[in-house]
Design a protein around this ligand. Structure first.
Ligand code: MLT
Length: 233
């Protein structure tokens, strides 16, 4: 049976061997939710960068530059990190260079994986379907916040595992903890997350609609997969 584990912070990646695994990178608020939305609206590719300056340099190569630091749009970038920004018609068929505080750092730390896919509540069933069909064991990598645990990525891991129950074997206690938390939260995730650190951080920036949107399950049937250095669907 396929094994599934959860890395609760990118700073714990040294504990996991991923060269034979599919890694699902998750940053619910908001990097992987933005990526999912962008592909649902017809973006051609998203190239992730850990470094702001490497990302910025892609502007001269015809890319839209996008992302954030500490939740705020980067000065001089074309787009920030709200999923609603990625619904624009002008982005259809375009290439995006993307960097975020945690999401693209988690991707950078997952680069040894056999395969990297992007997970969010918005494409939960598309991720589950892919896991069912692929042969690899799986590691869900929660982006967290600057190396720390966060609740929303953990809830996604729990939701994904829950949707695959009876079809997978759980390794270690982290996946079990994710499922327990998800069961506590699933009837009202917005209420469950109201004291979560990044929800409060975004609220301080007057960002409210993004949270509700990023917690919507199965809005899109897209699965961004890393091909070379860029994500495509
Ligand atoms: C991140 O990558 O840290 C997040 O997506 C931050 C944010 O909400 O903009």
């Amino acid at each position: 049976m396929k094994k599934v584990d959860v890395c609760l912070s990118p700073d714990l990646m040294h504990l996991y061997k991923t060269d034979d695994r599919t890694v699902v990178v998750v940053d619910i608020l908001r990097a992987t939710s933005c990526m999912t939305t962008a592909f649902a609206y017809g973006i051609q590719s998203i190239t992730p960068f850990a470094s702001l300056e490497d990302c910025r340099a892609m502007k001269s190569k015809g890319y839209f530059t996008s992302g954030e630091r500490d939740g705020k749009k980067v000065e001089g970038f074309d787009l920030g990190n709200s999923p609603f920004e990625y619904m624009a018609e002008k982005l259809q068929g375009q290439k995006i260079a993307f960097t975020t505080t945690n999401g693209t750092q988690a991707i950078a730390k997952s680069m040894d994986a056999k395969e990297i896919v992007i997970g969010s509540f918005l494409n939960l069933s598309a991720v589950a379907k892919h896991i069912r069909q692929c042969q690899n064991d799986v590691l869900i990598v929660c982006a967290g916040w600057k190396g720390r645990f966060n609740l929303e990525d953990t809830l996604f891991a729990g939701a994904l595992i829950e949707s695959l129950r009876n079809e997978i074997e759980l390794e270690c206690d982290a996946p079990q903890a994710c499922v327990h938390l998800y069961k506590l939260a699933k009837s009202n995730m917005i209420e469950f997350l109201k004291e979560a650190s990044h929800v409060k951080r975004l609220a301080n920036l007057n960002i409210f609609e993004d949270i509700k949107f990023c917690l919507t399950i199965d809005k899109y049937d897209v699965l961004p997969v890393l091909k070379g250095s860029k994500f495509e669907v």
